[in-house]
Write a protein that binds this ligand. Structure first.
Ligand code: DX5
Ligand code: ZN
Length: 222
């Protein structure tokens, strides 16, 4: 059983004052910072890159930074994000020509590595790379935008992923869920076996981040 991690997605933050937003959400009790990288190629939106990650480190952020790459190709950004202070790097298997190599590149830099599965992407992508995975990020929306509705079929997929990992001796691999998660559904998401929860609009869309994070923790505590 893993500790629960609450991972605010800065996609929904006020980017004009990003350093302050990250400080505020960490003071409010968040565990890690979810950093959504979009390239207007793999997904139809464009966000931020390694220089912004480095700027957060320079600003003094010491919490883990969980870089979710929605980019194609993947490999050129791995070293750049490692240099920029990333802690976790996850990517979509469809976006890398050589998934095993991309995972090895992340691990060689001493970072936590993970694959991201879109709502329609099967678990079979995990099969031959389990030894390189620290986390599986399950998308509960189609990637590209914040503020979308949680796709209910994800609940069964979370349970199937937990069972799949456990059956293969990979109990240590985290399951993170991304998209449409908030205080109203986090308990159900956790009950199926997720342990890490990305929340963008649910947190940054509210005036008091601590109130939301506390509500999420209370829901998790049952
Ligand atoms: C979507 C991103 C998510 C997004 C989640 O492509 O990967 O991390 O920011 O936003 P919410 O929590 O608003 O659904
Ligand atoms: Zn994300």
């Amino acid at each position: 059983m893993h500790d629960y991690l609450i991972a605010p997605s800065i996609l929904a933050a006020d980017l004009a004052k990003l350093g302050q937003e990250v400080d505020d959400v960490l003071v409010a009790g968040a565990d890690i910072i979810h950093f959504d990288v979009m390239d207007n190629h793999y997904v139809p939106n464009l966000t931020f890159g390694p220089s912004v990650c480095a700027a957060l480190r320079k600003h003094g952020v010491t919490a883990p930074i969980d870089v979710h790459l929605m980019v194609k190709p993947v490999d050129a950004l791995i070293g750049m994000f490692a240099d920029a202070g990333a802690s976790w790097i996850t990517f979509h298997p469809e976006a890398s020509e050589h998934v095993d190599r991309s995972l090895a590149m992340i691990k060689e830099r001493g970072l936590k590595a993970g694959l991201v599965l879109n709502p329609a992407t099967p678990l079979t992508h995990l099969e031959y790379v389990l030894d390189k995975l620290d986390v599986v990020l399950l998308m509960s929306v189609n990637p590209g935008f914040g503020g979308q509705k949680f796709i209910p079929g994800t609940l069964d997929k979370i349970a199937a992923t937990r069972a799949y990992l456990d059956a293969r001796g990979a109990q240590h691999v985290r399951i993170e869920v991304d998209g449409g998660v908030g205080p109203g559904n986090i308990a159900e998401v956790a009950s199926r076996g997720a342990d890490s929860f990305v929340a963008g609009s649910a947190i940054f869309g509210q005036p008091d981040y601590k109130v939301v994070v506390d509500r999420m923790r209370q829901a998790l505590a049952g």
